[in-house]
Write a new protein. Structure first.
Length: 263
């Protein structure tokens, strides 16, 4: 039986009079792909922001077993330190430095791995050079895994959208993730690219031994790729189950998947 690496218990978040997340609980197990679905405005991005500490929730707890095997209360971790525990995310809009090469964009993702201080890198000490070499080799290995090594020296600017998505995913792999959070990874991709992405996510899970939590509006993609799905509406849990059971859940159908009274 797979152990749980993330426990979200009774999470609530309110903005003025709007309760974006309302007493939500679910979990993620090791080497598992979990989908978070719901109508627009359901609170999905707010959940992501609470997990990664962009927002500090009003009530509830978010317990994470980090990459060192230590149990961490994420509510006590600053947003800039979350990545050090092996929890990393992508965003709805691709966040890359377009004027840097592809490999330099990937190297940005490993910034927290350096042990040598700023002065050491300015002076180009022996240890700084060794670290830079190790990080470069790591980034190159990731790009090879993603079949992007042939483009490593090209600028990110002007690359097809599917390539930009892969670069952003490559950057998440630089920090030795225990959990990757993907915010609409298939948005803007065509059918072929979406199929390739589904295969890639499974390969990442297996190769890097990490779990994945994703928000995505492409229901075919979600149902095909996820082990379990958490469906929410107005911040409340509707169901948390296998894709097959989610598809047949009447409450979810009515709230999100388009169920009707004639069925």
């Amino acid at each position: 039986m797979r152990k749980t690496i993330l426990n979200i218990n009774n999470l609530s978040m309110q903005f003025g009079g709007l309760k974006a997340v309302d007493d939500l609980s679910f979990d993620i197990k090791e080497n598992e792909i979990v989908g978070l679905i719901g109508p627009n405005g359901a609170g999905k991005t707010t959940v992501f922001n609470c997990i990664t500490q962009f927002y500090k929730d009003d009530t509830g707890e978010i317990i994470f077993e980090n990459k060192a095997g230590k149990i961490v209360d994420l509510n006590k971790v600053s947003v800039t330190k979350v990545i050090n525990h092996g929890l990393v995310r992508t965003f709805q809009n691709v966040e890359l430095v377009k004027d840097l090469s592809i490999i330099d964009n990937v190297l940005i993702g490993g910034h927290n791995q350096y042990k040598t201080g700023v002065l050491g890198h300015i002076l180009k000490t022996k240890w700084a050079k060794l670290e830079e070499k190790a990080q470069y080799e790591k980034a190159l290995k990731i790009l090879k895994f993603l079949n992007l090594d042939g483009l490593k020296d090209f600028y990110a600017y002007g690359q097809p959208y599917g390539i930009l998505k892969k670069i952003e995913i490559a950057r998440t792999l630089m920090c030795n993730p225990k959990l990757i959070i993907l915010d609409e990874p298939a948005a803007g991709l065509n059918d072929v690219e979406t199929k390739e992405l589904a295969e890639l996510i499974h390969q990442i899970k297996d190769e890097y031994k990490c779990s994945i939590l994703l928000v995505e509006h492409d229901m075919g993609f979600v149902m095909d790729i996820c082990d379990r799905i958490c469906a929410i509406s107005f911040g409340k849990l509707l169901a948390f189950d296998t894709p097959k059971n989610i598809q047949s859940n009447k409450t979810v159908q009515e709230a999100y998947l388009g169920g009707n009274d004639d069925e």
